[in-house]
Design a protein around this ligand. Structure first.
Ligand code: ADE
Length: 227
């Protein structure tokens, strides 16, 4: 899979892709991530990427030309499944969206600034608008990193134990059951006895019960509890 990210602040995206699972995914060539500095696509001598808002008002607006130039250049070389704009008024990201997007071959992600991107980019250049939650961040870079993480960890071969992505919370509209590791007793706090019993069937049943219990208690809106 290839992901192209277009950003006015590309340095914000350096660290998320250079550590841990995402770094390994890149090294294993399971994903290729290209970050494009919007400024490199400026179409004027001043190398500007924004301008005053028509009609007045505070704040600068990111211009359509550099985004259009970058997207058009990318599209000359490959077909893109989606051109996604990260925005707090987009559709709220769910696990099922990440599952769907992880099946794509090529995607472009645009990072903007809330209230600060020419509306025509949204109207004519993108195929999807995604929010990572009902709160406003300073730009789309951190949301883009969140989206990429959610997608990339689902690509077969990225996680060591492939089944672990399938047993994540939300995959089946259930939250995950609790997990424990050694020591079995710390202070007076003991691990549930069943987990050290060696009875695999009983452990599986216990985990399922706990997942259902957790979901009913914390997220009654999910899955079969949904009305
Ligand atoms: N840009 C700023 N805030 C955002 C959010 N919550 N989701 C996606 N993009 C954003």
């Amino acid at each position: 899979m290839r992901i192209d990210i277009i950003s006015a602040v590309p340095s914000l995206l350096e660290s998320p892709f250079n550590d841990s699972i995402l770094k390994r995914a890149k090294e294993k060539k399971l994903v290729e991530i290209k970050i494009h500095n919007l400024r490199d696509y400026s179409t004027n001598k001043q190398k500007s990427i924004d301008d005053y808002a028509f009609g007045g008002g505070a704040g600068m607006v990111l211009s359509i030309e550099p985004f259009a130039k970058c997207i058009n250049q990318l599209k000359e070389n490959r077909n893109y499944d989606e051109v996604i704009f990260m925005t707090p008024d987009g559709e709220k990201l769910k696990q099922s969206d990440a599952n769907q997007l992880s099946l794509n071959k090529n995607i472009i992600i645009l990072c903007g600034h809330y209230k600060g991107i020419d509306q025509r980019i949204r109207d004519y250049l993108i195929t999807k608008e995604i929010s990572i939650g009902d709160y406003v961040l300073s730009g789309g870079e951190l949301p883009a990193a969140v989206l990429c993480d959610a997608i990339i960890r689902l690509i077969p071969g990225v996680l060591n134990n492939e089944t672990s992505a399938l047993t994540d919370s939300f995959q089946d509209d259930l939250l995950a059951p609790p997990v424990y590791t050694r020591p079995a007793k710390f202070n007076d706090w003991e691990v549930p006895e069943i987990l050290t019993s060696g009875n695999l069937k009983a452990i599986e049943n216990w985990r399922e019960e706990k997942a259902i219990e957790n979901t009913k208690k914390r997220r009654p809106d999910l899955g079969e509890n949904k009305k």
